[in-house]
Design a protein around this ligand. Structure first.
Ligand code: ARG
Ligand code: ZN
Length: 869
């Protein structure tokens, strides 16, 4: 059916040539660039192999080998590859090409955003700047001279060290950078523009003296303090927890408004979406601050896990991403309350990755084939990849894990390696065979399910625990190695002490069915499974509702407590969905009682209370339902459940909110964030329960907000219904923050998450307004992305929601294919829907396929979705 050419892991070949060094002269002028590029090649493969370089959207001006210009018959360029048939074994190629930065709206390669030239090369953007062996297993040094108009581009940046700068004729100037660390082309970066700078010099715990710089447009520079603090914390953390030091003296971050992803770890010159750099308490929520800290950490941590040790090929993407996500999660956990961080990560994993794994876009963490690599920057490669790293850590513990890391760095520094190489180091350092059956976590797809049961034998005083893996969702089908951390809890709420006095134990499942016997024990112990979510699986155990309440009250693991609460919500949701009235009635009072106790408890942090009182996202609740889903019943169940639970909690929530708010408003702190999060959750419950009586209160909360977190909490409460109070607050908000694009994104997202009957018409009108700049990915994601999460509108039975989203994607589908392909992911859910909705989605997707000039990445996503029906 498809003409898409696939790249396969099994076909990997080392390159015929390697590149030793690049010397680039990047001449920028008026939105265009001339790239003078000299690179030294050495033959690695067959003596007659031609030189084949990647190159896309380049206009060739000249080519020369060892100083001799090439005749036009000596080379061919078809817009994708440059082929030079007859080359020596070692030589220098000099090329001059022309690049249209302003014409580049794909935001891959070299482009200009708000007057700032910048680059994005991962995965295959370098070939849009110049000819190269644009693959991660070719590592070379880069020497870069940038030239531009001094007034328009006072700041000129590239990787490594600044070795020289000066003036040229005609008001132009240059800067000369040299990166001594050999790197693959995807880590190359150039930035030029009128940028303001925030600078900080630090001495690290290991005594390194570093210069840290953050650049952004002058109007935003005051909002970079928190990002700078985060960078300092990240550097300190990597030294103290992983014993990894930075390897240059200067580290630069540039924040750009138009950026396709979160950020990019280019060597010593990280380029960020402004969203993950800018923020002060007036403009950023606590969640935004947490996002900034984690992404700043993530990109910084890549310096070792990604840059110094990189990937042999793109099938190994999780080698750097899974490991680096694990590192950034640990960083955030160490900076805040670990259990809360873990719960937030798991909620996201279940909502996004479990859904991905269950649909037509499912793929192994180490994929086997792709048409467009950009489509594989997924929750599976990142988040499930991080879960796998966490399982290594759980199985062998921190000490052996760090020994494995040391071995990995010592053995592979400066190399481009495979996931297998990481597993081998961990195996050698710990003695656990991660390169054996455990490795199936990388090569198999789908989420396994484990059914736990237990049996107590009075006579022998033995408790037998049983675990049975259900592997029908695992492809190819096989049992996995599953670390299960569990504890036992008795009626009095005491925790069983295992022989080594530990409160929890680790049980590593290796077979499809396993049993484990605990001897000489009383009959009353209740197993609490999967502390800290020790494996990314579905699991069942026949808990009574009352058992779950007992776990919420007494388990000694924060994750397990919130998990038990979530199980109650899930059961309630299922009862509502199946219209099982008897169960629903029993559960609703049980659940609301547990909620009330949680709120009143003295033993729980505010942050944990907030999570205990948060009903899981519907997108994660539906994953466990039998397919096809009855979407009308899903939406009905969601509304009923939220309304009922919120109404029962309302009085207590109201009373709690009347008490003093003990959070301060000066700067972000993890402790204050917890208090505000709880208050926001309670306010949301009031809004769900509301029949109008609290609208004035919400307006008051909006007007008196001391910071963006409080402001957004009030707006979310107002946004539940469409009335004059909502309109007034939203209008005020848009006006007050007219000069803050990131805050306006929040406005668009709020609008797109309204659920009332008139909402779609208003959202449509918004999409036609001037402020809706389709070339800005943040704005596009704010409106269209939020709309696609708005299940009520998105899944409207008449197809209007699908039509709206596809209509918007059509506007950018050839302009910014990467963004379009990513937004199309929400249609993967088609496979689980009723035939009517499936038909509506199929019609829309097919209509998009008709668009002229559709790209490989967009085609690949659509074909895989349609192929899964
Ligand atoms: N390596 C970057 C990061 O995870 C993301 C790059 C995404 N690239 C892409 N083509 N989607 O920090
Ligand atoms: Zn990354």
């Amino acid at each position: 059916m498809s003409e898409l050419a696939l790249t396969r892991l099994a076909d990997y070949q080392p390159p015929d040539f390697t590149t030793l060094s690049h010397v680039l002269r990047v001449v920028l002028d008026d939105g265009e660039a001339e790239i003078h590029h000299q690179q030294r090649f050495v033959r690695q493969g067959a003596s007659n192999a031609a030189l084949v370089l990647d190159g896309e959207a380049l206009t060739v001006q000249s080519l020369a080998i060892d100083g001799v210009a090439l005749e036009s018959t000596a080379w061919q360029y078809d817009g994708k590859q440059l082929i030079i048939t007859d080359v020596p074994d070692a030589f220098a190629l000099k090329s001059v090409v022309h690049v249209d930065a302003d014409g580049n709206k794909e935001l891959s390669g070299l482009y200009r955003s708000n007057g700032i030239y910048c680059t994005q090369c991962e995965a295959q953007g370098f070939r849009r700047i110049s000819f190269a062996l644009d693959r991660p297993d070719v590592l070379a040094t880069y020497d870069v001279r940038i030239e531009a108009d001094q007034a328009r581009c006072p700041v000129l940046l590239s990787n490594g060290d600044l070795i020289d700068q000066g003036m040229l004729d005609n008001g132009r100037h240059y800067a000369h950078w040299h990166d001594p660390h050999p790197k693959p082309s995807y880590l190359f970066a150039v930035v030029a523009g009128d940028l303001a700078e925030a600078q900080r010099s630090v001495t690290t715990p290991h005594g390194n003296e570093l210069d840290l710089c953050i650049y952004t447009e002058a109007a935003f520079i005051e909002q970079t303090d928190f990002a700078m603090d985060s960078l300092v914390h990240a550097i300190e953390w990597d030294e103290t927890r992983f014993d990894l030091d930075y390897d240059l003296t200067r580290f630069n971050i540039v924040a750009i408004s138009d950026f396709n992803m979160g950020a990019m770890e280019n060597k010593s010159l990280n380029v960020f979406n402004t969203r993950f750099v800018l923020g002060d308490t007036a403009t950023a929520t606590d969640q935004d601050f947490q996002g900034i800290e984690s992404v700043i950490g993530h990109e910084y941590f890549h310096n070792w896990t990604g840059n110094r040790i990189t990937c042999r090929d793109w099938f190994q993407l999780s080698l750097k991403e899974g490991l680096t996500v694990f590192r950034d999660q640990e960083f955030s956990a160490d900076r805040g309350e670990a259990a809360l961080e873990r719960i937030a990560n798991v909620n996201m994993l279940r909502r996004v990755q479990f859904a991905e794994d269950a649909g037509p876009l499912a793929h192994p963490v180490q994929p086997q084939a792709y048409a467009a690599i950009d489509n594989f920057y997924t929750a599976t490669v990142y988040e499930k990849g991080a879960e796998i790293i966490r399982m290594y850590h759980t199985i062998i513990g921190e000490e052996a894990f760090q020994a494995g890391m040391r071995l990995y760095v010592q053995r592979h520094d400066g190399q481009a390696v495979r996931i297998e190489d990481f597993a081998a180091c961990m195996s050698e350092a710990s003695g656990f065979p991660f390169d054996g059956d455990f490795f199936r976590w990388y090569t198999h797809q789908g989420t396994p399910r484990v059914v736990f049961s237990s049996h107590y034998d009075e006579a022998s005083r033995c408790l037998t625990l049983r675990a049975e893996q259900q592997t029908e969702k695992v492809k190819p089908q096989a049992a996995l190695v599953i670390p299960v951390v569990f504890s036992l809890l008795n009626k009095a709420g005491e925790v069983y002490r295992f022989s080594d006095e530990a409160a929890s134990d680790l049980w590593v499942l290796e077979e499809a069915v396993e049993e484990r016997v605990i001897h000489d024990i009383d009959g009353e112990w209740l197993p609490v499974w999967l502390h800290g979510f020790s494996a990314p699986i579905y699991y069942d155990y026949g808990y009574q509702h009352a058992d779950l309440a007992h776990i919420v009250a007494h388990a000694d693991d924060g994750f397990a407590r919130v998990e038990a609460m979530q199980t109650l919500y899930r059961r309630l949701f299922n009862a509502a969905y199946q219209q099982d009235e008897a169960t629903y009635q029993t559960l609703i009072s049980a659940t609301s009682a547990v909620m009330g106790n949680a709120l009143a408890s003295d033993a729980r942090s505010a942050g944990e209370k907030a999570l205990l009182l948060s009903i899981p996202a519907t997108a994660s609740l539906i994953n466990a339902l039998a397919t096809p889903w009855d979407m009308d019943a899903v939406l009905g169940a969601e509304i009923r459940l939220r309304h009922d639970l919120s109404s029962m909690l309302a009085e207590q929530a109201d009373a709690y909110l009347q008490q003093d708010d003990t959070s301060t408003d000066s700067a972000y702190s993890a402790a204050d964030a917890q208090i505000r999060q709880l208050r926001a959750v309670l306010l949301a419950h009031l809004a769900e329960a509301d029949s109008g009586q609290w609208r004035a209160r919400f307006t008051g909360a909006y007007e008196q907000a001391r910071n963006m977190s409080e402001r957004m909490a009030a707006l979310h409460a107002l946004n539940v219904r469409h009335d004059a109070a909502r309109e007034a607050a939203l209008a005020d908000f848009a006006e007050r923050f007219a000069d803050y694009p990131l805050v306006l994104d929040k406005y668009y997202a709020l609008q797109a998450s309204a659920k009332d009957e008139g909402a779609l018409a208003r959202i449509n009108a918004l999409s036609e307004r001037e402020g809706f700049v389709i070339s800005n990915p943040n704005r596009f994601r704010a409106l269209v992305g939020a709309f696609a999460q708005n299940l009520t509108l998105f899944h409207a039975p008449d197809g209007s929601g699908y039509r709206f989203v596809i209509g918007q994607i059509r506007r950018i589908v050839t302009l910014n294919p990467q963004l379009a392909a990513r937004m199309l992911n929400t249609f993967a859910v088609a496979a689980q829907l009723d035939s009517s909705r499936q038909g509506l989605m199929t019609g829309e997707l097919n209509s998009l396929l008709e668009v002229d000039g559709i790209s490989t990445d967009v085609r690949e996503v659509i074909e895989r979705i349609l192929g899964g029906l």
